[in-house]
Design a protein around this ligand. Structure first.
Ligand SMILES: Cc1ncc(C[n+]2csc(CCOP(=O)(O)OP(=O)(O)O)c2C)c(N)n1
Length: 630
């Protein structure tokens, strides 16, 4: 009977496996990935593409002694299987389960916690320099995708490593895709390299040389002279960029061929100085649905493996979709409106915009900092840029927002998607810092809609505002507004003015964005206990509706603030400061926000419960406090 993946003693068992056995293993891993991710959801297409690459890496390099640094880290499922974690895939990305990214606390084979793009070369270079200072004897490998190579940080790493002649191997995993189709001139350069006729000729020679050597015992043949020679020939095909940056460039090699990869990696291991191996892989390989639509299967929820259809779409429209739809209409009316994405046109809801206004749609690659400075240039010349970026990735562009946009009061709108806790992607992806990193920026306005209709109103408002502005909205579908019957007239948006949704005497609940849903439940629970609560939609995190807040404090009401952001520098803290500044130092106020720690992965509702941010826990605490202070 075929051995289960969890029955192997990986990575040790790889040492004795010959080429055929490894090939069979690659089939088994693919079947396992498809079946397993179809149940849990996760990053499927990228992992299917790196099955052979991961096997070859673990065949040639001995982790944990050798170090492998994976860029972004979403493609480490095979690496996890090959380092003894197959049995834990049933809880991939779940509460307390296996992480979807490398985690040092999970395994000694994970050398760096990651989740954001383009960092691997810098981190690996640091490890290589540290090794040399300590006199260590191990290899350091960075694995970076062509998408992540669009990020400026990758070039800072290449630039530094090339100049320092660091002993470092960079494997470029080129599948022609970022999440969407890759963009930019480096991507065009890579396709020229892939298609190079000279390369194809040389490749034959290389293959012949490689295939003359028996496969087993990679380390034995790695010193073989004719491999070195073949590789030398290949590397003499200067590719321009990498060569000029001080790297020995080898490739392109078929990144889905274990044999070619194994030889290439073994030879690279022998070479002094920085080496870049250009491996060409197929994203989604081996699962037709993912090969045809790698973007959909980049990150997917549970799906039916037979049809590829996702199992839970949910009701209604997502915030991203509402955003994209309204911005497309606004651009039809106003020729100044332009849209910018950093490699995520589909995920941020901008596909429709790209189709309708291709000349005003910019996908700049994984380059959030560039996106913001680029927007400054557009705005300085009279356009109205809307930048759609996930909250967690916008962190990359803090300085550009502050100096390039806010200092000059430029009319750039930050459409901050996935704001708040995002659930299964965990620590690196929760968007719970944006209120804190934007609130203190002079000239910035920060808004949060409580439903889809308000998101549309805020988009229109931001265009009229003509100043730096951020609109934060969460992952998932927009709810119907709390306490608002669908036809009821809503108060129009005015800068820095909140909206009272429901009235009450004793407590005033101030919710930011989606937390109003929680606020409404808290109100219901407290009502049953005889405590009457008002519900206020803050609308603006900055400027605060000072008048309304001070009025509530002056009336002796207990104020409860709710936000899906960390407490430090958040909305609640700004309300406390306001009350303090105005002589309400002993005001009765309670703030609900994420604590000063990294929040793990899991179901959003479970995490909220775990941290006491669900309606029941809040109501319980509030009752106790309320009784004590009244
Ligand atoms: C700074 C940052 N911006 C955006 C993302 C979202 N993201 C995750 S993977 C990915 C595409 C990466 O493409 P590539 O490196 O080619 O890897 P592939 O998935 O194609 O294997 C993007 C844009 C991120 N992780 N980090």
């Amino acid at each position: 009977m075929k051995k289960k993946l969890s029955d192997y003693d990986f990575p040790a068992d790889l040492a004795d496996m010959d080429e055929r056995a490894l090939e069979l293993l690659s089939y088994q891993i693919r079947d396992f990935l498809i079946s397993s991710v179809s149940k849990t959801g996760g990053h499927l297409a990228s992992n299917l593409g790196v099955v052979e690459l991961s096997i070859a890496l673990h065949k040639v390099f001995q982790t944990p002694k050798d170090r492998i640094v994976w860029d972004v880290g979403h493609q480490t499922y095979v690496h996890k299987i090959l380092t003894g974690r197959a049995s834990r895939f049933d809880k991939l990305r779940r509460d307390g389960g296996l992480s979807g990214f490398p985690k040092r606390e999970e395994s000694p084979h994970d050398h760096c916690d990651t989740g954001h793009g383009s960092t691997s070369i810098s981190v690996a270079m640091g490890m290589a320099e540290a090794r040399d200072i300590e006199g260590g004897d191990y290899s350091v490998v960075a694995v970076i995708g062509d998408g992540a190579l669009t990020g400026g940080l990758a070039y800072e790493g290449l630039n530094n490593a090339g100049a320092r002649k660091a002993n470092l191997i960079v494997v470029l995993n080129d599948n022609e895709m970022s999440i969407a189709e890759n963009t930019g001139s480096i991507s065009r350069h890579l396709s020229r390299l892939r298609a190079s006729k000279t390369y194809l000729g040389l490749k034959k020679n290389l293959k012949r040389a490689l295939h003359e050597i028996p496969f087993v015992g990679v380390r034995l043949y790695s010193g073989a002279e004719h491999i070195r020679k073949a590789l030398k020939d290949l590397s003499s095909l200067s590719d321009g960029i990498f060569d000029d940056m001080g790297f020995r460039y080898f490739g392109p090699v078929d990144g889905n061929n274990i044999r070619d990869l194994t030889y290439m990696l073994s030879a690279a291991k022998q070479i002094d100085g920085p080496v870049l191996i250009h491996a060409v892989t197929k994203k989604g390989k081996g699962y037709r649905n993912a090969e045809i639509n790698p973007e959909k299967f980049h990150g997917i929820g549970p799906f039916d493996p037979a049809t590829g259809r996702e199992l839970c779409g949910g009701e209604g429209r997502s915030y991203s979709n509402i955003f994209g739809g309204r911005l497309t209409d606004m651009a039809a009316r106003d020729k100044r409106v332009v849209a910018i994405t950093a490699a995520m046109p589909y995920a941020t809801g901008l596909s429709g915009f790209a189709e309708r206004h291709p000349e005003r749609m910019f996908d700049v690659g994984i380059a959030e900092a560039h996106a913001v400075s680029f927007a400054a240039g557009l705005a300085l010349n009279g356009l109205r840029p809307f930048i759609a970026i996930y909250s967690t990735f916008l962190q990359r562009a803090y300085d550009q927002i502050l100096i390039d946009i806010c200092l000059q009061k430029l009319p750039v709108v930050f459409c901050i998607d996935r704001a708040g806790n995002v659930g299964h992607d965990g620590e690196t992806h929760h968007g719970i810092f944006d209120i804190s990193y934007l609130r203190h920026m002079p000239n910035m306005t920060v808004m949060a809609p409580m439903d889809g209709r308000e998101l549309e109103e805020m988009l229109e408002f931001s265009l009229r505002l003509s100043a730096p502005c951020a609109i934060r909205y969460p992952r998932g579908n927009a709810p119907s507004a709390p306490g608002v019957k669908s036809k009821r007239k809503r108060a129009p948006l005015n800068l820095g003015v909140s909206e009272r949704l429901l009235s009450g005497d004793a407590v005033e609940i101030w919710g930011v964005g989606k937390m109003l849903g929680v606020g409404e439940k808290v109100r219901g629970i407290l009502k049953k206990r005889g405590v009457s609560c008002g519900l206020v939609n803050a609308r603006f995190v900055k400027p605060l509706d000072e008048e309304a807040l001070l009025k509530a404090a002056a009336a002796g009401k207990y104020i409860l603030t709710l936000e899906d952001n960390v407490s430090a520098g958040g909305f609640g803290e700004s309300v406390v400061a306001l009350l303090n500044r105005n002589g309400f130092a002993s005001a009765k106020i309670s703030t609900v926000a994420w604590p000063d720690e990294f929040i793990g992965q899991g179901n959003v509702n479970s995490l909220m419960k775990q941290y006491g941010m669900d309606a029941e826990s809040i109501a319980e605490r509030l009752c106790a406090l309320f009784e004590r202070t009244t």
